[in-house]
Design a protein. Sequence first.
Length: 186
Amino acid sequence: MTKRVLIIFGVLLLCSVNAGAGTLDLSFNEYSVKADLTQVIDEDDNGFASIRLGGLYNDKETYLGSLALNVMGKFPTLPRIKLGVGIKGFVLSSENEDILAGGFGGLFRFEEIVPKLSVDGRFFYCPDILTSLDANRMMETEVKIEYALIPRAVVYVAYTNIRANMDSTGDREIDEGIRLGLHLAF
């Protein structure tokens, strides 16, 4: 499982480097490391569509992979605000539990609240009907405060909360906490 996720992540990274308009997010805290690779697949004056491949590993020996298709819209009257929706699939593997889930979510971005400072967030919910194996629901929440060092490099502080309702043990925290991160655009 882990080898497959790494191979897919590597192939998408190579493809996005050649295609342009991609980003790489790397973040960590004392207990976990997270990487997300985003590739814009269509863009016009109204917004863009992107594919996002992500992976997370934590000290509970949990591997979480995800793949999302998101669309973000720009508003002519509110140029600093972007809103979006998306669909996302998750695959989780840990010592005792596995999850396969799909869900829907919302995204927001407030650009340059003050110069170089932005806020970014997302929420995805996977209902019982789209969640299988050892879980019956799952959700992911993330909010980031970003500071642009240069136009193509952003540092951020994020709060991440990923939870699932497990069939046998009830509510399980997959990952939660404050993390530091670096966002690179290429």
